[in-house]
Design a protein around this ligand. Structure first.
Ligand code: BGC
Length: 768
């Protein structure tokens, strides 16, 4: 059933993508597309300029400025005025979200005009089709309530950036904010009011394909990057043009899917829910996110899309969230499939009363709630609360005052430059023996592997309206970056299948080269929604390819492209150098080439641990201690191959011992300091990380390490810098099972280190 949905969605996107106009400045017009002057500042010939309203729009066409139509009125006044005018059918209509299929779906026209649809998802590439639907709502319906259009702008819209997991490895909130600012502008110009992003699910299991869409395993870093993404999408006011409403998803615990199988059940104890899975959502809510999406997963026996505890007690009562919650695709109806609700009416009642305001696709609300309301089984006030929340966001978005998408000229060159910067910044150097990298005076370079000349898989799992032809391959990137070098390129094998017939030719090319760049990994389709794996190795016959090439004895630089951490101990051991590039987006080729050739030094750090084998999963740095020392497996070590926070660069850094300002917290603060020195021969950037350990916590045992801060430091060769972090008493707290931030006196330890597995902790006391 879900597969069918997925396919339908893919088809809809393909139809949409096929309609994108190839202009050098992407544009949006009202109705029929008009030409854009490439690179110019104008050039629009509006077909229907009269539909642009400056200020007041008489939505119900009565010639009177009613309160809800008046931008000068406070939002709440407008909400209440409008709510009071709505019939029950119109109220239910505001909670109904449908997919756009191939532009205007004529079957929906009557329902839109009757006020029976509140929102669409899956936007058109140009604003024309979107504005046509909007005109039906604004001009044909009784009260002219505009629709709100949502779209999955996950890592870029037309300019495709690295997958979020890759971007998180930059450990840089401002980069995340800049990327999503561009994504917002491109989305908004195409008629998107609202993006289904950022995904802030914590993921500890790389088998789960959606690990690609989030920021990895750490709740603190996840929170920082969630807030940055919200700021990027929404700016300071998501009502401004070029901005979109954000949606934190998938609330909550979705990343804990058992076995890494997507949509699977999740069992998360309260201390872990409060301290690991909820914090990125809280950070996004505090940053002002307009909406949240409730997840597909069943959480501790109660589906996330019918979970009153998480949706109302936590989100509304404890956090004071004012926006609205949309269900994930069909998730309200799926309360039945989970074995939680008996039928559509019960599913609708459970979801609405739990706190799901808008229903994506399955339309149980509109069809099943009237009977329950008639029978007095559901109070009208529950419905009204949800409608208020939706109207509040629509009004704040400015849709009542400017329902139609305006033309916009976008700076494509700047967006492309940012995509290249982001592609360099997501690269994590995992190994570099004997300064194999950067490639300098390389003589003959053999570029081998399924990613060598591959555009498609650079794009990653959610490519929005990105186009393969915008993507620049590693081959093109390296050719441009190494002008004096002979570059010989051969694919060797595909990502999938067992055809090893190309291996001999690849070995031949390898033998004639001075250095080999092996571009391997997994295809984009292996990660993202409903793409989970039971193995974490190279796909197809790539391991054979690697083994054959490695057997030539030539130095091998492996560049890994994937949507998840892979378990590749042999590749790590036998390669001279390994660079993790994720799925880096349309500028992946030039960006990775910048790093390989040293015009940009790598500065990424892992945000998810890399296991040695699938059997170690889940393996994450912020685990709890056990009663006895953690032992190794009978057949292998317990430690990950590469820890959270790990990453090398083209120089080396040396850390001094961690020092404290005292043995106790004084006046509410303690300073943690060290000296970091660049002891190598190149300028480099280090991500200096601060970890804390609370030795005894009666609210629930704390992890052996928790990230509490980081600083990016760029040092010249021979330079050293004093790095210090200030921890306040507040920083020493954690969430209790009840959702209170509690601070318990006692012993703590802290360390400043280059990754989660290094450094010696030093202890201090928080006195009562
Ligand atoms: C996904 C969401 C997405 C939604 C709308 C669902 O299947 O889980 O992440 O936003 O579809 O496309």
């Amino acid at each position: 059933m879900e597969m069918a949905c997925m396919h339908m969605k893919m088809r809809a996107l393909a139809l949409i993508a096929a309609g994108v106009a190839a202009t050098s400045a992407w544009s949006a017009d009202t109705d029929i597309q008009s030409p854009v002057v490439a690179g110019g500042s104008g050039g629009f010939a509006l077909q229907r300029p009269e539909i642009y309203h400056a200020g007041w729009v008489d939505l119900n066409k009565n010639g009177v400025k009613d309160a809800y139509e008046d931008p000068a009125q406070p939002v709440e006044t407008r909400v209440e005025d409008l709510l009071a005018r709505l019939t029950r059918a119109e109220r239910l209509g505001q909670l109904e979200q449908r997919p756009i299929r191939n532009g205007t779906d004529r079957k929906d026209a009557a329902l839109i005009a009757a006020g029976g649809i509140g929102s669409y998802l899956g936007a058109a590439p140009e604003a024309g089709p979107r504005n046509r639907l909007q005109r039906l709502a604004v001009e044909e319906s009784r009260l002219g309530i505009p629709l709100i259009f949502g779209f999955d702008t996950i890592h870029g819209f037309r300019t495709v950036f690295p997958i979020p997991l890759g971007l998180s490895c930059a450990w840089d909130s401002s980069l995340v904010e800049r990327v999503h600012t561009v994504a917002a502008a491109e989305s908004a110009a195409a008629g998107v009011d609202w993006v289904f992003a950022p995904m802030v699910d914590i993921a500890r299991d790389p088998r789960w394909g959606r690990i690609a869409e989030g920021a990895g395993e750490d709740p603190w870093l996840g929170g920082q990057l969630a807030a940055a993404a919200v700021r990027g999408f929404q700016g300071t006011d998501f009502g401004q043009s070029g901005r979109v409403a954000a949606c934190l998803k998938h609330y909550v615990g979705y990343g804990a899917a058992e076995g890494g199988r997507d949509y699977n059940t999740t069992e998360i104890g309260l201390p872990t829910l409060r301290n690991i899975y909820l914090p990125p959502f809280k950070a996004g809510v505090d940053a002002g996110a307009a909406t949240l999406m409730s997840g597909f997963n069943c959480l501790n026996g109660v589906p996330a899309s019918g979970n009153r505890f998480t949706l109302t007690e936590v989100l509304r009562e404890q956090w004071g969230f004012q926006g609205f919650v949309v269900s994930d695709w069909n998730a309200v109806k799926e309360l039945i499939d989970h074995g939680y609700a008996a039928d559509r009416a019960q599913a609708a009642a459970f979801a609405l009363t739990a706190g799901v305001d808008m229903e994506m696709v399955s339309n149980c609300y509109r069809t099943a709630l009237p009977a329950l309301l008639d029978a007095g089984k559901l109070p009208g006030s529950v419905l009204d609360t949800a409608v208020r929340r939706v109207l509040r966001v629509k009004i704040t978005k400015g849709l009542f005052d400017q329902p139609y998408t305006k033309p916009a000229i976008l700076d494509q060159a700047a967006a492309t430059a940012l995509a290249r910067e982001a592609a360099t910044r997501c690269c994590v150097l995992l190994k570099n023996n004997a300064n194999t990298l950067p490639l300098k005076n390389a003589g003959t370079v053999a570029l081998i592997g399924p990613m060598a000349a591959n555009r498609h898989d650079l794009l990653g799992c959610w490519s929005g309206l990105g186009r393969e032809e915008d993507a620049v391959t590693l081959q093109a990137g390296l050719a441009a970056a190494l002008p004096g070098v002979t570059l010989r390129v051969v694919e060797g094998c595909k990502f999938e299948g067992d055809d090893a017939s190309g291996l001999d030719a690849a070995v031949k090319v390898a033998r004639q080269a001075d250095v080999i760049v092996l571009a391997l990994g997994e295809p984009a389709s292996f990660s993202g929604e409903n793409s989970f794996r039971s193995e974490l190795g190279l796909t197809g016959v790539q391991q054979q390819l690697f083994d054959r090439i490695s057997a030539t004895g030539k130095p091998v630089v492996t560049v890994l492209f994937s949507g998840r951490p892979l378990a590749l101990p042999v590749v790590l051991e036998k390669s001279a150098a390994v660079l993790m590039a994720w799925h880096p987006g349309i500028q992946g080729g030039p960006g990775v080439a910048d790093v390989l050739t040293g015009s940009v030094a790598p500065s990424g750090r892992l945000t998810a641990s890399f296991p040695r084998s699938v059997g170690q999963v889940p393996v994450y740095y912020n685990y709890r201690a056990t009663g006895r020392p953690l032992d190794d497996y009978m057949d292998g070590t317990r430690d990950p191959l590469l820890p959270f926070g790990f990453g090398l660069t083209y120089t080396q850094f040396k850390y001094g011992a961690t020092r404290l300002s005292g043995d106790t917290v004084k006046n509410g603060v303690i300073t943690v300091a060290t000296t970091v020195a660049n002891v190598g021969k190149q300028t480099g950037t280090e991500v200096v990380q601060l970890y804390l350990h609370d030795l005894a916590c009666s609210f629930g045992a704390r992890p052996v390490r928790e990230l509490k801060g980081f600083q990016r430091v760029t040092l010249k060769p021979g330079e050293s810098q004093e790095i210090s972090f200030t921890l306040t008493t507040h920083d020493l707290g954690c969430w209790s099972a009840e959702g209170k931030w509690v601070i318990e006196p006692g012993r703590f330890e802290a360390v400043i280190a280059p990754d989660a597995a290094s450094g010696a902790m030093v202890g201090f006391t928080l006195e009562p």
